[in-house]
Design a protein around this ligand. Structure first.
Ligand code: NDP
Length: 412
């Protein structure tokens, strides 16, 4: 039974891969959801077209330089809509009174202020923007706890774990550790990305398009590169720590190339509960948007008979050092995950822009983690300061990482 009044949602990052999948689920359920706010970064035309279709109360283009163009287009094509620009506009969309739930689907650290604003305003936060949680885990979880907001994971692995855990097992509930609930460990599955079977030496000259050609998932370019380096799984280890109150030794990664099992929970009695489905983000999105009800997502039914087998492998930390770096950052705690995330964003952007070889991405991150001391996080300003410092350090280290890579290639 659909609810009597529609659930009013804001979609932050509406023009992206998660944003569009969210709107696709919304389209399949006329009357169940009302899109109240939409945001994008620079894609003015796509944002205006979405505003024409969904008639939100407000919308924001994040790049302030495009504010005037957006306002002009919105005035003629979406009369009555509030057209905003810049980071404050994102915060306004995330915390507006007319919004019940916020799809946090901006990519990277840029999504942090709006995600935090949604949590502080007591909204139901559908969290895709894992970088926000990696950067400010304690602050975000504390904000959700204090405001009475809800936090539902969109990342397919965390959504799967959420479904496999006993009810009320998120890191938000006071008292009661995972062990108290009989949980031994969380098993994050990873496809292994497009380079799973390649030798490390063969990765020296891979191109951005090759790195973004994920075998199972269609995603934005930043997360696609993260999947290729396996830093995506690294960020997810830290995400699982915060979302479920899991200690470092309670989160393991297993390579599962078919991406059918989205993650698993192992219990003290030896039971392992898994969540399966076709690799399509509309499943976790529909699960979260309608929670605790179940609705159609538009995803094809899983036909296990079409798979020759479901296979599993240990991750290779030598070929994919990103996982070891993420575990190290989680163990170091404090500002270390902020440095990890910031260095990764800078290095991935440089790789995508043709300015850094693929293998140098993790070298830069490792270099930043070595040099940036892990400090106790004192608040949001400190998070942003640590983020700025790690970005500067990453930029400083990139020429050296490039040089070392060229020298080692000359030796091969
Ligand atoms: P995309 O790159 O496809 O989309 C990103 C969205 O964020 C776009 O709407 C983009 O606007 C907007 N955006 C980009 N930069 C900024 C900025 N500086 N300020 C405000 N908005 C910005 O990314 P994805 O949808 O793939 O990923 C979004 C988030 O979801 C990421 O954190 C990712 O890790 C997570 N996620 C994604 C999955 C997937 O399958 N794609 C799976 C699980 C998690 P514009 O179009 O104008 O550039």
């Amino acid at each position: 039974m659909p609810p009597s009044s529609p659930r009013r949602i804001a979609v932050l990052g509406a023009t992206g891969s998660i944003g569009r999948s969210t709107l696709d689920v919304v389209d399949s359920h006329p009357g169940r959801f009302k899109v109240e706010a939409l945001t994008a970064n620079s894609n003015v035309e796509a944002l205006v077209a979405l505003c024409e279709k969904y008639s939100p109360s407000l919308a924001c283009i994040a790049d302030p330089a495009l504010g005037a163009a957006f306002e002009r287009a919105a005035k003629s094509r979406c009369p009555g809509m509030q057209a905003l620009a810049g980071p404050e506009g994102l915060v306004a969309c995330a915390s507006h009174d007319s919004v019940d739930g916020v799809m946090a689907a901006i990519v990277g650290a840029a999504g942090l202020p709006a995600t935090l604003a949604a949590a502080a305003a007591g909204k139901t936060v559908y969290l895709a923007n894992k970088e926000a949680l990696v950067m400010s885990g304690a602050i975000l979880m504390d904000t959700v706890r204090r405001s009475g907001a809800a936090l539902l994971p969109i990342d397919s692995e965390h959504n799967a774990i959420f479904q496999c855990l006993p009810q009320n097992s998120s890191g938000l509930e006071p008292g009661g550790t995972l062990a108290d609930k009989g949980v031994r460990r969380l098993l994050l599955t990873a496809s292994g990305g497009p380079f799973r079977t390649r030798k490390r030496a063969d990765l020296a000259s891979v191109t951005p398009d090759q790195a973004c050609a994920h075998p199972n998932w269609v995603m934005g370019r930043k997360i696609s590169v993260d999947s290729a380096t396996m830093m995506n799984k690294g960020l997810e280890i830290i995400e699982a720590h915060w979302l479920f109150g899991a200690a470092r030794e309670q989160v393991d990664v297993v390579i599962h190339p078919q991406s059918v099992i989205h993650s698993m929970v192992e219990y003290a009695d030896g039971s392992v509960i898994a969540q399966l489905g076709n690799p399509d983000m509309r499943t976790p999105i529909a699960h979260a948007l309608a929670y605790p009800e179940r609705i159609e997502s538009g995803v094809q039914r899983l036909n296990l008979a079409t798979f020759a087998g479901l296979t599993f492998e240990e991750p290779d930390l030598q070929r994919f050092p990103a996982l070891a770096l993420a575990y190290a950052a989680l163990e170091a705690g404090g500002t270390a995950p902020i440095s990890l995330n910031a260095a990764n964003e800078v290095a991935v952007a440089a790789f995508l822009g043709g300015g850094l070889p693929f293998l140098a991405i993790t070298d830069v991150i490792g270099g930043v983690l070595e040099r940036a001391a892990a400090e106790r996080v004192e608040g949001l300003d400190h998070v942003l300061e640590a983020d700025r410092r790690a970005r500067a350090l990453a930029r400083e280290l990139m020429p050296l990482a490039r040089e070392l890579m060229q020298e080692s290639r000359a030796c091969i």
